[in-house]
Design a protein around this ligand. Structure first.
Ligand code: PBG
Length: 314
């Protein structure tokens, strides 16, 4: 089936947040679609949408509260037809999309690892006793507290530049940023080391860009199928299958990573107490066709092994 392609007169509208990373990702989706269909940049219009999460920078995310803090306004624009597709960091996306929207197109995944960022300390292992470390990620805070109970954790939000400034001002001696974001922004040099997944299991879907669309838009469905990366799709199906079964409220630090090796899908998952006093990990391996079921199955195991009171909301 073919459909009319977008053109400079009738451009495809790409919705995104306005952060430097989000803009990079939207341009990358435009580039991929442009290559796939032989279209010039002018056949696309990048529409920047203000989201609540970007406007409140002085509070921890969990206090502002609610899922979709970075996505609600963008999804509304998509439903209303103000944009035709929405580009997201999959790591920030809830496992369930609003009625009428689907999120099943992923670009090839970037580096999944967390980067250790510090002006003065070479690696995680070199952090002195009692050092102050900045992070607002529940997962990173819990993983760090588990490994290094001596460290002092402070909230750290904002884009890469803001965080680097805070480090220079001495608010903390180190922080963590996804290598994917740093690589995309040409800032990988600020990471002193990339942390192996065995040492710090990344967030579910870290490093993956997703493109959301309206269920009813068959032209966009057809166009997106040309840029979708199947391996990334399988890996995210496993990781997000696990997350969907685990994530009651976003209040639990959860990590997960699936990899494909010679047609075998491997999935590792971790749930932690927010204070890092306990971690439960598990793994599965299997075929590529039942990825989501593998994720749910691993989630069941982790839930079954969690003692009463492990989850703050239950
Ligand atoms: N939560 C913010 C966020 N969402 C996606 C990325 C990085 C890029 C990615 O994982 O695809 C980041 C910043 C970070 O964690 O360093």
């Amino acid at each position: 089936m073919t459909h009319p392609l977008p053109s400079p007169a009738q451009p495809l509208k790409i919705g995104t947040r306005g952060s430097p990373l989000a803009l990079w990702q939207a341009h990358e989706v435009r580039r991929c679609l442009g290559v796939a269909f032989g279209l010039p940049d002018e056949a696309f219009e990048i529409v920047v949408i203000k989201v609540t999460g970007d406007q409140i920078l002085d509070k921890p995310l969990k206090e502002i509260g609610g899922k979709g803090l970075f996505t609600r306004e963008i999804e509304e624009a998509l439903i209303e037809g103000a944009i035709d597709i929405a580009v997201h960091s999959m790591k920030d996306m809830p496992t369930v999309q609003p009625e009428g929207l689907v999120l099943d197109c992923y670009l090839p995944r970037e580096d999944v690892r967390d980067g250790f960022v510090s002006p003065g300390v070479a690696s995680l292992a070199d952090l002195p006793q009692g050092a102050v470390v900045g992070s607002s990620s529940l997962r990173r805070r819990a993983q760090l507290a588990l490994r290094r109970p001596d460290l002092r954790l402070v909230e750290f939000r904002g884009n890469v530049q803001t965080r680097m400034r805070k480090l220079e001002e001495g608010v903390a001696v180190a922080t963590f940023l996804a290598m994917a974001g740093l690589n995309r922004l040409g800032m990988a040099h600020v990471a002193r080391a990339a942390i192996a997944p065995e040492e710090m299991l990344p967030a579910v879907a870290q490093g993956a860009i997703g493109v959301e669309r309206r269920v009813s838009d068959q032209r966009v469905e057809w166009m997106l199928s040309a840029i979708h990366d199947r391996d990334t799709g399988v890996r995210l199906a496993a990781e997000r299958g696990m997350l969907a079964r685990l994530d009651g409220s976003c209040e639990t630090p959860i990590a997960g990573l699936a990899v494909i090796e010679e047609d075998v899908l491997w999935l590792r998952g971790e749930i932690l107490r927010p204070d890092g006093s306990e971690s439960i990990t598990g793994a599965r391996r299997g075929g590529l066709s039942d990825a989501a079921a593998m994720g749910r199955d691993l989630a069941e195991e982790l839930l079954g092994r969690a003692p009463a009171g492990f989850f703050s909301w239950r």
